[in-house]
Design a protein around this ligand. Structure first.
Ligand code: SF4
Length: 763
């Protein structure tokens, strides 16, 4: 190991060696990113000429390389500055935070003295209040020798860990190079997928992979990356999924991959949301409230060292370890994200606005490979991450119970909100149920920022529990403000809908709606060494590339289906129209079709409709005309047990028709192989409803990409159809039938969006 070196960022080094005491989130969330940047610029602008901003510094101690960027250096005063922006009362900054800040500036000081051969330097911590625009400067003079000693001390502590990490990495890479495929052979299609992923890891080109069900996608994507990790010097692999079952599949795949080589020291971590991993939901995340936050950093080193000995840190194991060491499981998992090789979590950990894994990747300059499973979901999920809305009626209810210090800021916000409603009413006419604004409203935003500042101050004194109304509004308001900062004319729509309460004054719901998440996502793809987005339905690829902001050099692979055309009979029911105006007339032929099919081949079927209303009407008619047919139906808001009951009705030897909603819980991600499902009926093309929001999307997407209708309605709709129909054939032995009910399915443009291996026939 003698020649191996370890590189660490100053911030990461100090967080490791200089953090002690309680976990305390009261001083965070600190100002928004833009406020932080603006604050730094203001401070720098106040300095004289010759002031150097963002001084890049690096140095070595033994085989440890330390690098970072100090905020500013004034050669005239020989003063090195570290700027921290904040809001609220500086006196409330916890001591351990301040100690951490001093440690950082001292390490920078040591690096600066070494690089510029200085005998001594003045170190300054500049706390900049972004509301009052006021600086509080703490200064200390240090001899270089003193700083070198400080530096050496911290490096020594860290090296004990770093050496262990280097040994781990060495062993990890050695065993991964010899990793063998866990099964006899690749399944059909799986090899194509695995090779494409390997290629992407080699070239660094992003990959969009359409890969059908039944080929073993999870193992097919993880295996090549693990195999490529040593040669490509990958620090981490992130496996991101849209839903919980995807995470479970990934963890199972890792267990399978490691079966033959159980000694592979691959650290796998499952990341869980705070709401789901919090042990004290009635408490706040600081030492005076939560026992697992109190002294967190004092106990963290032992917990971290213990956790690093476990290859599989799934939810349960992590919880056990956390409780054994008396630390918060959620924050322990955040810590372990730094020291894991493979992290399995929701999309939001890499893609959202304040994504942990993305932040760590850029801060530590990790080389990461990102896998996004079921990636067709990423468009809508990302739109959600980059959209924000605020509801005035909810806000007013909060305002009525607001503590005294918040009253005036809340009143002001409410007044601005009313003024905005009045303005839009006048422009749109009071009856307009949907209004579009050109820009995020400036006066409203100012009042909102003012309210945020007031809540920040208030919460610093009286922290609220995580799920209180005030906290919820606070996070919504912060999020709204951050999205407003990201706002750009092309990618967003600002709209509002009037809200009329049973009693009292009308209000509105104001929304910053992301239409094209390409820009923020592109930054995230850019930070990864390689990205693979995979799903059974990614057609047409151009649509995903445009909306997700994939770079031009993105590779595309359409993995052939392992299934044979003979396995699936696809019948287009051209004589039926499911257009909105024809729905009533479509009920009789649809029920006749279902009954006929069932009579010809009794067994289990799914019948998909585009809405509950349509579903219920068809179900009522079927029950009426064919009372002997066994039927069961999806209900609104089914809990997990009810959903399981629905699925349990599909027995190998069973018979009947399950009615479900297209695009709902039973049209994706469920697996009913063999006789459990032998056919499906899909009524409608799944087109999203025509409504003012979608019409705005159509206009905007049309202006940007030319295909407004297809991008808004056709592609998302057909994707739902293909996903739903995809439930029928799950293995090489399955046989089944799919009825596509609508004349428009016969159109060449629509047929082109259906899987190539389907052989289409008329009904
Ligand atoms: S256990 Fe819950 S309240 Fe306590 S620190 Fe963790 S997340 Fe916060």
């Amino acid at each position: 190991m003698g020649t191996m070196s370890y590189t660490v960022a100053v911030r990461a080094l100090c967080e490791f060696t200089a953090k002690a005491g309680d976990l305390d989130l009261r001083f965070t969330p600190s100002p928004t990113a833009q406020e932080g940047i603006a604050g730094h610029a203001t401070v720098a602008g106040r300095r004289g000429t010759g002031y150097q901003r963002e001084v890049v510094l690096a140095g070595e101690y033994k085989h440890l390389k330390v690098r970072g960027r100090a905020d500013g250096y004034d050669p005239a005063k020989n003063r090195l500055e570290e700027v921290k922006t904040f809001r609220g009362d500086l006196a409330r900054l916890p001591d351990n935070h301040r100690a951490l800040h001093w440690a950082q500036v001292k390490i920078y000081g040591a690096l600066l003295c070494r690089e510029r051969e200085l005998e001594q330097v003045e170190l300054a911590l500049v706390y900049f209040d972004i509301v009052k625009q006021k600086e509080t400067v703490l200064k200390e003079s240090h001899e270089a020798a003193q700083l070198f000693e400080f530096f050496a001390h911290h490096c020594e502590i860290f090296l004990q860990w770093a050496d262990r990490e280097l040994a781990h990495r060495d062993e990890r890479d050695r065993t991964l190079s010899g990793l063998t495929f866990p099964h006899q052979d690749f399944r059909p299609g799986q090899r194509v997928l695995a090779e494409s992923v390997f290629q992407s890891a080699s070239t660094g080109r992003p990959l969009l992979a359409q890969a059908p069900t039944g080929i073993g996608k999870t193992v097919g994507t993880l295996f090549p990356l693990l195999k490529a990790a040593p040669a490509k010097k990958l620090d981490k692999i992130f496996f991101l999924s849209a839903k919980t079952p995807g995470r479970k599949l990934a963890l199972d795949a890792v267990r399978t991959l490691m079966e033959k080589q159980p000694d592979t020291p691959l650290r796998t971590l499952e990341l869980i949301a705070r709401e789901k991993s919090c042990e004290h939901p009635d408490k706040a995340c600081h030492g005076e409230s939560c026992p697992l936050a109190q002294g967190f950093y004092d106990r963290l080193p032992a917990a971290r060292a213990a956790a690093a000995n476990h290859a599989m840190l799934d939810r349960q194991r992590l919880r056990e370890l956390a409780l054994e060491h008396n630390v918060c499981p959620y924050y322990l998992s955040q810590e372990m994200a730094r020291w894991s090789d493979l992290v399995v979590g929701d999309y939001n950990y890499y893609f959202d606005l304040s994504a942990l894994l993305y932040g760590l990747t850029t801060e530590n300059q990790w080389r990461v490979a990102v896998l996004a499973d079921e990636a067709h979901n990423l468009v809508d999920r990302a739109r959600g991450m980059y959209s924000a809305e605020l509801d005035q009626l909810t806000f007013r209810a909060l305002k009525r119970q607001a503590p005294a210090p918040l009253k005036s800021a809340f009143e002001r916000l409410n007044r601005q909100w009313n003024a905005l409603n009045k303005e839009t009413d006048a422009a749109a006419g009071p009856d307009a149920a949907y209004r579009v604004h050109d820009q995020p409203p400036a006066a409203f935003l100012l009042a909102l920022q003012n309210a945020i500042a007031a809540i920040t101050d208030h919460l610093a004194e009286q922290p609220a529990v995580l799920n209180s109304d005030l906290n919820r509004f606070y996070f919504d308001a912060l999020h709204f403000n951050r999205i407003a900062e990201l706002f750009d004319d092309d990618a967003f729509i600002v709209d509002s809908v009037p809200l009329t309460p049973a009693r009292g004054r009308p209000g509105s719901r104001l929304c910053l709606r992301n239409v094209v998440p390409a820009a923020p996502l592109a930054a995230r793809f850019d930070s990864a060494h390689s990205t693979t987005l995979f799903s059974a339905t990614l057609s047409p690829p151009g649509y995903y590339a445009d909306l997700l902001g994939l770079p031009d050099n993105t590779a595309w692979v359409d993995v052939p289906s392992p299934f044979r055309a003979e396995q699936l009979e696809v019948r287009i029911q051209q004589r039926i129209s499911t257009r909105y105006r024809d729905r009533q007339a479509s009920l009789a032929p649809i029920t006749a079709l279902i009954a006929d099919q069932f009579q010809q081949r009794p067994g289990n079927y799914l019948a998909f409709f585009s809405s509950y209303d349509y579903l219920e009407r068809a179900l009522a008619m079927l029950r009426d005309q064919h009372p002997h047919l066994p039927v069961w139906a999806q209900q609104r808001r089914m809990d997990e047990a009810a959903r399981q009951d629905f699925l349990d009705r599909f027995q190998e030897s069973g018979q009947g028709i399950g009615f479900a909603v297209l695009g709902g819980a039973f049209s994706e991600g469920i697996d009913l192989p063999g006789q459990r499902l032998i056919g499906a009926f899909v009524a409608t093309l799944g087109l999203p409803q025509i409504n003012p929001v979608n019409e705005q999307f159509k206009q905007r997407l049309g202006a940007l990409f030319g295909d407004g209708y297809d991008y808004t309605y056709l592609y998302p709709g057909l994707r739902k159809v293909v996903q739903a129909a995809g439930r029928v054939i799950r293995t090489g032995d399955d046989q089944g039938v799919v009825h596509l009910i609508d004349d428009r399915f016969a159109r060449p443009q629509v047929r082109a969006l259906l899987p190539a291996w389907w052989r289409l026939g008329g009904g």
